[in-house]
Design a binder for this molecule. Structure first.
Ligand code: GLU
Length: 461
């Protein structure tokens, strides 16, 4: 029987969850789930100064918001320190590692000398054969093989082969007795029975070093998949400079979790031309698709498109109940429901519902100066006055009645729709961006419409 797939996501809790990290995690999680496997969360909290428990909490919260549940207990790397150190001792015992007493000054000089001669900085192996004993200032270095190469087949990047000449005898335990990243990761991956490591390609240089440590510890290395990074629209690595980069920020902006998830997965993974994949489809189909080998570009516009698609799948009652529970003016009544149905096509983000509905819940205080300049003149004021008196006396107030009145006035003067449509929009909403004016007037109600036209005429006369 094929071994069960076990992947992991291993963030360092030095900040909130970044969308790049979230996407890597989604790939690792979906890879496992689409193979009926497990995905574990390992918090790499060994940098005691920069790791914060509030960041760990925020990371876990962002995953629950996206409906991503990791399997088993969360693992904290700092708790495994003794295992890391005992693995290092075993490596020394089996001669796969050694104590080194080179001072930082010697290493600095060595590095400078190598750089001066155009060489890649690399430890020169001074202590490699000295068989030193542990001392107060010694570090432990891994005895990297000097011959041969490390070939591996990356799930994303294909066959990669790195010559051992390129690799250093890297430090696995510092002189202060703390294990280093490459050792801890390997020991934990062995301990957790990880079969596949899906991670960002910023770690690809570590992979051959880690594979050598796996071998020296007598363990089989996992299969690797290195996911290319996400770029901003300027082609540079996505960072704060580009705007929101935290999952939390998108939650705040009113992006739906399924939309963000779908967008992030599609950003670097594809299956034919399909764009929209719901949670179940992602889980079922992920292994059939391809992870892109080149970096992807983050586009807020595309994310908004996904969000709009997901919004359109929510029925109005549910949407209203979500909006009412947020800080909006929507409440669970018929008027709010009508407003919602009228504007929902115009909204891509949850936050759009507030801006798009403002004039339904509040008086128009300010008129958009550009719109006023464009549409309000003497003729517009006269037409508004004519429409006003027809509106005041109308016995019925449906969108079709509003439409009929506007057309009647227009045909009397042989004018096109915009001559009334636009000034009326300004009067009723403060700008010229609104849903159809007849439906807007219907939902606002006859009384409010009449009052707003009166106010606008006064304002502009
Ligand atoms: N903790 C590392 C990071 O946040 C990831 C290590 C790994 O995936 O091997 O970049």
């Amino acid at each position: 029987m094929e071994n069960k797939v076990i992947t992991r996501f291993a963030p360092s809790p030095t900040g909130r969850l970044h969308i790049g990290g979230a996407r890597t995690a989604l790939f690792a999680w979906l890879f496992a789930k689409s193979h009926q496997g497990k995905c574990l969360l390992r918090i790499e909290d060994t940098d005691l100064e920069r790791s914060k428990s509030e960041h760990t909490k925020a990371i876990i919260d962002s995953f629950s918001w996206m409906n991503i549940q990791f399997d088993d207990e969360v693992i904290y790397q700092s708790k495994n320190k003794e295992k890391h150190l005992s693995a290092a001792k075993n490596l020394v015992k089996s001669n796969a590692a050694y104590f080194c007493s080179c001072t930082s000054e010697r290493l600095k000089n060595l590095r400078e000398e190598q750089q001066k001669n155009g060489l890649k900085p690399k430890y020169d192996g001074k202590c490699r054969e000295l068989d030193l004993k542990e001392g107060s200032d010694t570090v432990i270095r891994f005895r990297n093989p000097q011959e041969g190469s490390v070939p591996f087949t990356d799930l994303v990047k294909g066959v990669i082969e790195i010559s051992n000449h390129e690799l250093d005898d890297l430090i696995i335990v510092r002189s202060n007795g703390t294990p280093t990243y490459n050792l801890s990761v390997v020991v934990d991956d062995i301990d957790m029975d990880i079969t596949h490591v899906i991670r960002g390609d910023d770690h690809i240089n570590n992979t051959p070093r880690q594979i050598n440590i796996f071998k020296a510890l007598g363990a089989k290395e996992p299969i690797y998949g290195h996911v290319p990074m996400i770029l901003g629209e300027d082609g540079k690595r996505l960072s704060k400079r580009h705007g929101a980069v935290g999952v939390f920020e998108y939650e705040q902006l009113g992006v739906l979790p399924d939309a963000l998830k779908n967008y992030l997965v599609r950003l670097g993974w594809s299956l034919g031309d399909q764009e929209i994949f719901n949670h179940e489809e992602l889980v079922n189909k992920f292994k059939e698709g391809n992870i892109n080998n080149s970096p992807s570009t983050f586009s807020f516009e595309k994310l908004s498109w996904f969000n709009k698609e997901y919004l359109s799948q929510i029925d109005s009652e549910n949407l209203l109940s979500t909006l009412s529970s947020m800080e909006t003016e929507f409440s669970q009544d018929d008027y709010s429901l009508e407003v919602l149905n009228l504007i929902r096509q115009r909204c891509s983000l949850m936050s759009d519902f507030s801006s798009e509905s403002e004039y339904f819940f509040r008086e128009v205080e300010d008129y958009d100066p550009k719109a006023v300049k464009k549409c309000i003149n003497q003729q517009a004021i006269e037409l508004l006055s004519e429409v006003l008196s027809e509106f005041e006396s109308s016995k019925s107030w449906k969108a079709s009645d509003v439409q009929e009145i506007i057309e009647k006035v227009l045909s009397k003067h042989e004018l096109g729709f915009g001559k009334i449509g636009l000034p009326l929009r300004v009067a009723l909403t403060g700008s010229i961006n609104s849903p159809s004016i007849d439906r807007t007037a219907e939902v606002l109600g006859q009384k409010v419409v009449v009052e707003r036209i009166q106010k606008a005429i006064k304002e502009f006369s």
